[in-house]
Design a protein around this ligand. Structure first.
Ligand code: NAD
Length: 358
């Protein structure tokens, strides 16, 4: 597929290619939408197999950010940047500063943050060349690591699902299978344990699993066995695409609520989950805690104000599930409609405010 064809297929506004031969920078910034505000989305630094793979990832992730921010009620659009290459070998100060200049050239239409392969320390380097960067450490006036905020939002989503399915938002005594106990998964296990829930965990990183067993009494299973365990909620907190035709077929839970982005391998899995009687809480509504936390940086970061906004995720999930039930549609469809409705209603106000519309 050609570049223009790829951009047009999902109505992205703009794609910018940036390069710096001296440092080896090859970056792509995709802006999906600025209808609600600046396109905010992290920078993924990854050794893509091809430039086409990098472009596809940037486009897909940018669109996801548009929906995530809109569904969370933020005045932000969706964008994403990717840098092609292995961060452990090619990441240098020169490369990051050259990349920051590319961001700066967009004049605030795109605002970056950390993602896979980039860190809060990298954001400090980027901040030396552009003001259009968030996710800075707390000591730099930023919001720090977004993972605890994301985990808090996932907990709220789980409580909304529990209320919907079992008539009470109390998670004590429930069993939650957590796939991936990295930054978000570990924080989620800690919170679940405090609420009296039991956790079953799996991770390719044995040390991360050992820690969950030692500190939170988690039961551990192999990375492939996690799909087969009896549980109330399955929480994908590792990589995207965990829910494929074959893995969904094996699930023995009543609901899926997790932090991973793009959990469904294809849209067909949303139907498959419905057919199997498993309630799916749409990932981009559930995992918005991190972006909500980061968005607070636009108004002098304040954790108390941020968590008040993060706790709205529970209500958003409740609204999505009730709409889906009332109209007999899938939760994913209800969530996409909720986001699109906000983009078209509030987006047009923003356009007028900026003087782009009559
Ligand atoms: P992380 O890299 O800290 O943790 C991911 C964990 O998954 C790691 O411990 C890794 O070893 C494990 N893992 C990888 N493949 C696995 C497999 N096949 N089976 C089991 N475990 C596996 O990442 P994170 O920041 O905790 O994010 C987790 C997920 O949530 C990602 O999909 C991320 O995109 C998404 N997410 C994160 C945030 C955030 O604030 N960090 C916000 C929104 C979405």
């Amino acid at each position: 597929m050609g570049v223009f064809e790829a951009i047009a297929s999902d109505t992205h506004e703009e794609v910018l290619y940036g390069h710096d031969p001296m440092s080896g920078l090859r970056a792509i910034i995709a802006i999906h939408s600025t209808a609600l505000g600046p396109a905010l989305g992290g920078t993924r630094f990854y050794p893509y197999a091809s430039e086409e793979d990098a472009l596809c990832d940037a486009l897909r992730l940018a669109k996801g950010m548009t929906y995530k921010s809109a569904a969370a009620g933020l005045d932000l659009g969706g964008g994403k940047a990717v840098i092609i290459g292995d961060p452990s070998t090619i990441k240098t100060e020169r490369l990051l500063r050259a990349f920051a200049r590319v961001i700066d050239s967009l004049g605030g239409r795109y605002v970056t943050a950390e993602d896979v392969g980039t860190t809060t320390a990298d954001m400090i380097t980027i901040a030396s060349e552009t003001e259009w960067v968030t996710g800075l450490p707390l000591v730099h006036g930023g919001s720090g690591d977004p993972s605890p905020a994301t985990a808090r939002g996932v907990m709220g989503a789980m409580r909304a699902v529990a209320e919907y399915l079992w008539g009470s938002d109390d998670l004590s005594g429930k069993t939650v299978a957590v796939q991936g106990v990295g930054k978000v998964g570990a924080s989620l296990v800690e919170r679940l344990t405090k609420q009296g829930a039991k956790t079953i965990v799996a991770d390719v990183n044995a040390a991360a699993v050992t820690e969950m067993v030692a500190h939170h009494g988690s039961v551990t299973v192999g990375v492939d066995e996690i799909f087969d365990v009896d549980c109330d909620i399955f929480a994908p907190c590792a990589m995207g695409g965990a829910l494929s035709e074959s893995t969904v077929d094996r699930l023995r839970c009543q609901a899926v609520v997790g932090s991973a982005n793009n959990q469904l391998e294809t849209e067909a899995q949303a139907d498959q989950l419905v057919e199997q009687g498993i309630l799916y809480a749409p990932d981009f509504v559930v995992n918005a805690g991190g972006i909500i936390n980061i968005a607070d940086e636009f108004q002098n970061y304040d954790w108390k104000r941020a968590i008040t906004a993060i706790d709205q995720i529970s209500d958003n999930v409740h609204q999505v599930l009730e709409t889906a039930r009332r109209r007999g549609i899938k939760p994913t469809t209800a969530a996409i409609e909720m986001a699109e409705e906000r983009i078209s209603s509030i987006g047009s106000i923003n356009l007028k405010r900026r003087g782009h519309a009559s």
